[in-house]
Ligand binder design. Structure first.
Ligand code: FMN
Length: 174
């Protein structure tokens, strides 16, 4: 399968099965995140693997739409380790943390997809809820949660999955 075929195959999973994700697969997913590019290679990402019942209960208490996933990855960046671009004249000391977290998350999503593990990118949470529920250190900024798992019988792409703007609307040749 080409990368484009893999990308076309992926959709946001909102109907997870309770079947656990094998440790070997989780390790590969985490490895894909580890080798992802980050600003100045500072690697400020901090990934919390939410897998115990206790941690999952706490994550569920934040009202993030975990959709019954058996495992979830909270991707944060460390605000003390992140690269800040001192040369940006628009945004002084532009902070690359969100981009770093996205870079790591995207690599993990597609590694998961290749392994048959579905995912849901979740940002519809209140950061303070996540910080409090999971008792994050002060310097860890939560960026997104990736819910991971196998699809259940009900699994299907939501209607938005099929809706993408044509390239002419989003790409400009200059
Ligand atoms: C930055 C970002 C935040 C998102 N937050 C949520 C969320 O909180 N809950 C949710 O159900 N889906 C969330 N999604 C998934 C999007 O709704 C989904 O990717 C989009 O509708 C396209 O559908 P598809 O992923 O099936 O192609 C998020 C995706 C991104 C990239």
């Amino acid at each position: 399968m080409t990368f484009l075929e893999l990308a076309q195959q992926r959709y946001s999973e909102r109907y997870f099965d309770s079947r656990p994700v094998e440790k070997e697969k989780l390790d590969l997913i985490l490895e894909a995140g580890r080798i992802a590019p980050t600003g100045c290679n500072y690697q400020p990402q901090r990934v919390y693997v939410i897998q115990s019942n206790e941690a999952m209960k706490k994550a569920i208490s934040t009202k993030a739409s975990l959709c019954g996933c058996p495992i979830a990855l909270l991707v944060c960046y460390d605000r003390e380790e992140v690269w800040k671009n001192p040369g940006d004249r628009c945004y002084k000391n532009y902070n690359c943390g969100e981009q770093d977290a996205c870079s790591v998350a995207v690599s993990m999503i597609f590694e998961a997809e290749e392994l048959g593990v579905h995912s849901l990118w979740i940002r519809g949470f209140d950061s303070q809820d996540v910080i409090d529920a999971l008792r994050l250190p002060e310097n860890h900024v939560p960026v997104m949660i990736l819910a991971l798992g196998y699809p259940s019988d009900k699994s299907h792409p939501a209607h938005l999955h099929g809706k993408r703007k044509p390239l002419q609307e989003t790409v400009k040749y200059i």
